[in-house]
Design a protein. Structure first.
Length: 521
């Protein structure tokens, strides 16, 4: 048969001539399906990429489970194997308890129809009704207990996932030769501790300024400080550049540090700052505007946290201090020095940096302060006069030390207003109150932006060690250094401080260490 077709439409060309339109080529069904499938795949990939970009903009991918993570049957969430193993090691009785409760619930559920039948056949007798109520109540109690355990397990797993995510943070250290080294915080497990400070650029800079006087103490305790800067916008890159990475430039140009300048190996910066600032925003919620901090122990888990800025002497007192000749920490000390980069050492000489310094930090613990620096000599003279007056109970000499700072606002006044007890120097210097036989050693002096900070180790008669911190400022009249504050806190191996002593011109206050672990600067 011959199919009769209507004539094809003819359209006019621009020159007025007609041209017959060719029919479109017929595509095979397989090609059409393949094309449609490729379009769907492209759309799906674009959707995944857009979600990934959105998550990265808020830093969510730092907490996401790895690609090889498995779905938990009880909670329905996806968790890394490390998260599940950590949780199981901490909750060894969960599965036996769940099995016991589940078995009891199964038995009660199987006996429930029989109890209902007995109640119906007995015409609602009191005994049958009581048995039915007991059966239903027991089943409800078991179901509630199982749900509470399952919900708590899910929350604990999510918390552990967030904590262990910090181990994935990659940080960078830079030396004065502009050489860099990068490593993940997880590589410091069983080796070092980490203190992460978070806030805007101004807050982070104040935190680092407060931490710099304790640079050798931080290294002696193998504590790595990692700042995370909250920027106002993604385009405000200068907010990070103003404070890092590599605070050695600030130490070189702004800070005068004795006995030795240099940032050392205690400071590192995250390579993906904005991702981790999003992590802290979600972690802190409404309190993120005040900034915060957290500490990570050698186990890789969060040890402590707080809102505001950490008080570094209190933070140091919560970690053990490495002492000269401590053989137990020798291998950890070597690993710490292999992983990190000192700001004054070159990468080519990094192997030499693995040798153990006698103090566990940069250089020996008995470094002597130079005596040929006038402003340093003035500060040390006030420091020595303070301890001489303290040991002798000399009220007149102590009053002379604080005489020029009496007109300044007392930092202890807010604590007194909250109920803290203030003892005047006449009480502190009494024979039955003042310490006897104090020896102060291992001094550090840091001068930055018109503020001088002296730290040292106090050794009392019974052999206990304490960390002392003294602050100095310039006098408004003659520009001489004057003491403005003195703080002492227990600091040693296997010692966790419970009380911190704070003093100024008005006297001293003993405070619980936990109550002053952080402050809002």
């Amino acid at each position: 048969f011959i199919a009769l077709r209507a004539p094809r439409p003819v359209r006019a060309t621009r020159l007025g001539r007609s041209r017959r339109r060719r029919p479109p080529p017929r595509a095979s069904r397989s090609r059409v399906e393949s094309h449609a499938r490729s379009i769907r795949i492209d759309c799906l990939n674009n959707l995944i990429a857009s979600r990934r970009d959105r998550d990265r903009a808020d830093g969510r991918d730092v907490e996401r489970a790895r690609d090889d993570a498995r779905t938990d049957a009880l909670s329905g969430g996806r968790f890394d194997d490390a998260t599940l193993r950590t949780w199981e090691s901490r909750a060894a009785w969960f599965y036996p308890r769940l099995t016991l409760v589940g078995s009891l619930a199964l038995g009660l559920a199987l006996s429930l129809p029989s109890s209902i039948g007995d109640a119906a056949r007995s015409g609602g007798s009191a005994e049958a009704t009581a048995a039915l109520l007991e059966n239903a109540g027991g089943l409800a109690a078991c179901a509630t207990l199982a749900k509470v355990d399952a919900d708590k397990r899910k929350k604990d797993l999510e918390r552990l996932q967030r904590e262990l995510a910090l181990g994935k943070m990659t940080v960078i250290q830079r030396n004065k030769f502009r050489e860099e080294t990068r490593f993940a915080l997880g590589e410091l497990r069983d080796v070092a501790r980490v203190a992460v400070v978070y806030g805007d650029a101004a807050k982070v800079e104040r935190d680092l300024m407060a931490a710099t006087p304790y640079r050798r103490r931080l290294e002696q305790s193998r504590i790595l400080v990692v700042p995370v800067v909250e920027r106002e916008s993604a385009a405000a890159t200068s907010a990070v550049a103003d404070v890092g990475p590599g605070r050695w430039e600030l130490l070189k140009d702004v800070v005068k540090a004795f006995p030795g300048a240099g940032a050392g190996r205690w400071l590192a910066w995250p390579t993906r700052n904005d991702d981790w600032s999003g992590y802290f925003r979600r972690l802190m919620g409404d309190a993120a505007a005040s900034g915060g901090y957290l500490t990570i122990s050698t186990s890789g888990m969060i040890r402590g946290s707080g809102v505001g800025a950490p008080n570094w002497d209190v933070l140091l007192s919560t970690f053990p201090r490495n002492r000269p000749g401590n053989k137990q920490d020798e291998e950890a000390e070597k690993a710490w020095k292999r992983a990190t980069l000192d700001s004054s050492e070159a990468l080519t000489s990094k192997e030499e940096g693995t040798r153990i310094a006698s103090g566990g930090g940069r250089g020996a613990i008995s470094q002597a302060l130079p005596r040929d620096v006038p402003e340093l000599s003035e500060i040390v003279a006030i420091h020595e006069g303070f301890y001489r007056a303290l040991g002798e109970g000399d009220e007149e000499a102590m009053a002379a030390i604080w005489s020029k700072s009496k007109t300044r606002q007392s930092a202890l006044a807010p604590l007194v207003d909250k109920g803290a007890r203030l003892d005047g120097w006449d009480v502190v210097l009494r024979p039955d109150r003042r310490p006897q036989g104090i020896i102060v050693s291992d001094l550090d002096v840091t001068i930055e932006k018109g503020l001088a900070t002296l730290t040292g180790l106090e050794t009392v008669a019974n052999g206990a060690t304490l960390l002392c911190t003294q602050t100095f400022e310039r006098d408004d009249t003659d520009g001489a250094w004057i003491m403005t504050g003195h703080t002492t806190i227990p600091y040693g191996a296997d010692v966790v401080a419970k009380v911190v002593l704070r003093c100024d011109a008005s006297g001293c206050i003993a405070l619980p260490a936990k109550s002053v672990a952080s402050s809002v600067r």
